[in-house]
Design a protein around this ligand. Structure first.
Ligand SMILES: [Mg+2]
Length: 230
């Protein structure tokens, strides 16, 4: 096991089914939204709009090519505004337990780092979710959109948002893009924990890469890591 390895896990879409919760909030099934969601596209507002429009539940506009104006990010977040229970009721993703077991095998020094929405109740809702899942005394977490502040050569972040990974590496840490259908690692979306197992095991055992590696995959990020700097 590598010495001093610290692993930071993102929460939404790594441990917690945020997308499923949003679909439910709009009265749609995840399948209905996924059917409208192109592989590799980050933003959820367009597929959500398209799925709503298909059911005649989104305003039609003759100016728009496909007959519907995509919802704005403001509308997207307003739907969740002021509702702590949205955050507390989100379901763990099917692989959450396996992912946590994997991480705990590699290091005792692991933490959850999550970026809250602009709503106050998101902060309390996320803490309550963590306490429900891990137990009331659980305190291995930080809620901040500025994940890069924790970056250092022996710290690795896994996050489904490429931007967060990129910024973390630029700040001197290591990062792995957590595979999801809407990011550059979509080819590994069927078994994200298998991908993490390969990459983290290699990172923990070898840790010999002396510069950050940014391998292009679909013109974007595949994997990023950095030496433990022995
Ligand atoms: Mg996330």
């Amino acid at each position: 096991m590598a010495k001093n390895l610290r692993i930071l896990l993102d929460m939404d879409q790594v441990l917690v089914d945020f997308v499923g919760g949003v679909c439910e909030r709009w009265g749609l099934s995840p399948e209905e939204v996924r059917a409208e969601w192109p592989v590799g596209m980050w933003q959820m507002t367009e597929p959500l709009t398209a799925a709503l429009a298909k059911k005649g539940r989104w305003r039609l506009s003759s100016d728009s090519v496909d007959g519907a104006e995509p919802m704005t990010l403001d509308t997207f977040w307003q739907k969740l505004e002021g509702d702590e229970s949205f955050w507390t009721r989100l379901k763990p993703l099917p692989w959450a337990e396996d992912l946590l077991l994997l991480v705990q095998l590699l290091t005792e020094d692991w933490h959850i780092v999550s970026s809250p929405s602009r709503c106050d109740c998101c902060y309390s809702g996320k803490v309550k979710w963590l306490h429900n899942y891990f137990g009331q005394g659980f305190d291995r977490f930080a809620l901040t959109p500025h994940k890069y502040i924790f970056a250092s050569p022996d710290v690795l972040l896994t996050d489904d948002r490429e931007e967060n990974c990129q910024r973390f590496v630029e700040a001197g840490g290591s990062a792995l893009v957590f595979p999801q259908w809407y990011n550059v690692m979509h080819r590994r979306q069927d078994d994200p924990v298998a991908y993490l197992r390969e990459m983290l095991t290699c990172y923990a055992e070898e840790g010999t890469v002396d510069t950050p590696v940014v391998a292009a995959d679909d013109g974007g990020w595949d994997r990023v890591w950095r030496s433990l700097g022995e």
